[in-house]
Unconditional design. Structure first.
Length: 572
């Protein structure tokens, strides 16, 4: 890959050398001009998972969970900087270096997990983007009540998304004009996303009583008690419930908070991003001369946009939804009403009520009840419980924009959130396609940008099924379990690159030494432990002993591969 460096890379190398001789300011200017891979990371991290995670963090925790994504992206920045250093310092591409010097099971596990996560992760991107077009931007043209109907609108939207994303991805490996088009398009999409959501918060701050900035600032202080306790704002709602049922609602809220916290953290950096970063840099011909540019690129192109967007969404969501019951659910008076709540919200509300009744009556008794009896029991529940259920339902961008309409105007809310979601979804689809091309090309030994690469880029197109298989439910919630799945795989990459950071076989004289090595290992080690702890919690929660068995099988494969590698070395 490095042997195919174009003249543009050599020109950038000379510019960096001249800038370093001129001083820090000149160096930063050149770093900014050669940036690209960090913005590509931003296209992945600013996807449906980040938006959904931020939305639900605000619903459940209000401003008190603003710290979570700050901590998550900081840990991600540490690990991605580690990956960049390893990839740009090594004489081999990462997949080959892992298989040769670390452990082939880890190398193949990293590649396969990335590809699987990519295909799964693309489902919510298509789903959320389609929902934004149908609900926020063009409801009269492509929405459910348009002349095309719901199905026709989805088909048109998905076809346009595929055409745009494939066209952009296939320009990536073209030197010169094609690469500049790609970089410009990507930076523009990320900038539009940032401006849309930042503009909403600015408008909120200038409307009515503004925003509680002191409370918002305190929300950036980490509070680990929220892993096992409901957010403080929900406690009065729980205490209003009859004592014998408080434990049920407390457990339900904590369970939701854990899912959302892990989903939001996993959306900051996913395992597919750990594959994208090194290969997007190597595809440009970057090497050790660009290590400083890589860190600058990650911070300006990924960290800053991510924090701005997710913080703004949490603030807007908390401002409108935290501790606020969905009025349409409390005002519903029965089936068949013309003004019934949206189907997705009603399904979520009914799910809470059904779980509560099963808790009291037992699953068997509840199952044997007819619909009329269930409705009667639901209507007889204390008002405090029905209000809490209506408070916890999962909203999406259409509900958030609608709730903000009286404050910032219907047109502003719909356009801002619609364009923001479309920008996030489309940029993520493009990045996921690019990653798949890198993975298949690398493991198959195909040239990057060749025919095999182009076909491999189409693998995430399976995500086009998302709007159809998830029809009728809150579109944004699909991103939460998808992000949790990604978190379960992330420790594979983190652990592997931590080993590479300390491998003299991989880095040679570039392996960190002295105090620098200690500090780097402490930071990367802490990030790896945090990711592994979160992944372990989700594996146990969702898979129990089956999940433990799967981890044990993978660990056994890694151990066998390590023993086999040592045996081959000793026999040489």
């Amino acid at each position: 890959m490095r042997s195919t460096q174009g003249t543009s890379v050599e020109r950038d190398r000379r510019r960096l050398a001249d800038a370093r001789a001129s001083g820090r300011l000149s160096t930063l200017r050149v770093f900014a001009s050669v940036s690209g891979p960090g913005w590509l990371q931003s296209a992945v991290t600013l996807g449906g998972g980040s938006l959904a995670g931020a939305l639900y963090l605000g619903v459940l925790g209000g401003y008190t969970l603003l710290w979570l994504q700050l901590v998550a992206i900081t840990a991600g920045m540490i690990m991605l900087s580690t990956i960049a250093y390893v990839a740009l310092s090594s004489s081999e591409p990462p997949f080959q270096a892992i298989n040769r010097h670390i452990n082939p099971a880890l190398g193949w596990g990293w590649a396969i997990a990335t590809l699987v996560a990519n295909m799964v992760w693309c489902l919510p991107q298509f789903s959320l983007t389609t929902a934004a077009v149908q609900q926020n931007l063009l409801p009269g043209v492509l929405g459910q009540d348009s002349s095309l109907g719901d199905m026709g609108g989805k088909i048109v939207i998905c076809a346009i998304l595929l055409i745009i994303s494939i066209s952009v991805v296939w320009t990536y490996n073209r030197e010169g004009h094609g690469r500049r088009i790609f970089d410009t398009a990507l930076k523009t999409m990320v900038a539009v996303v940032v401006l849309c959501f930042f503009g909403v918060v600015v408008k909120l701050a200038a409307t009515g009583n503004g925003l509680p900035w002191a409370e918002i600032a305190s929300g950036f202080v980490p509070n680990l008690r929220q892993w096992s306790s409901p957010a403080e704002g929900l406690v009065p709602l729980i205490e209003a419930i009859p004592p014998e049922f408080r434990a049920f609602w407390t457990d339900r809220i904590v369970d939701m908070q854990q899912d959302v916290m892990i989903g939001a953290a996993a959306s900051a950096v996913g395992i597919n991003m750990t594959f994208l970063l090194p290969y997007s840099m190597l595809a440009r011909g970057w090497d050790r001369d660009f290590r400083g540019a890589a860190v600058f690129d990650l911070f300006t192109g990924m960290v800053i946009p991510f924090l701005l967007v997710t913080s703004c969404v949490v603030i807007a969501s908390a401002n409108q939804f935290h501790t606020q019951a969905e009025p349409s659910l409390l005002e519903q008076s029965g089936p068949g009403e013309a003004d019934r709540p949206p189907a997705a919200l009603l399904a979520a509300y009914d799910g809470f009520i059904a779980s509560r009744l099963q808790h009291e009556l037992g699953p068997t008794t509840f199952t044997n009840l007819d619909d009329d009896d269930r409705r009667a029991l639901a209507a007889a529940l204390p008002a405090a419980e029905r209000r809490l259920a209506a408070t916890l339902v999962a909203r999406d961008a259409s509900h958030l924009s609608a709730s903000l309409s009286p404050l910032i105007g219907n047109s502003t809310a719909n356009v801002a959130f619609g364009i923001g979601v479309v920008g996030m979804g489309l940029s993520s689809i493009i990045a996921l396609m690019l990653i798949s091309g890198f993975v298949v090309s690398e493991v198959g030994g195909f040239p990057h940008g060749g025919t095999a690469y182009r076909w491999a880029c189409l693998l995430p197109a399976v995500g086009v099924l998302g709007p159809f298989v998830w029809s009728g439910r809150t579109q944004f919630w699909i991103a939460v379990p998808t992000a949790i799945f990604g978190m379960m795989l992330l420790p594979i990459a983190y652990f592997t690159f931590l080993l590479m950071l300390n491998s003299e076989r991989v880095l040679g004289s570039d392996r960190p030494s002295g105090a620098r090595r200690v500090v780097w290992n402490l930071l990367a080690g802490a990030s790896t432990i945090a990711a592994s702890t979160a992944a372990g919690a989700m594996i146990w929660k969702n898979g129990r002993w089956y999940g433990v068995a799967a981890v044990a099988v993978f660990a056994a494969i890694v151990a066998v591969a390590e023993l086999s590698k040592k045996s081959r070395r000793s026999s040489v």
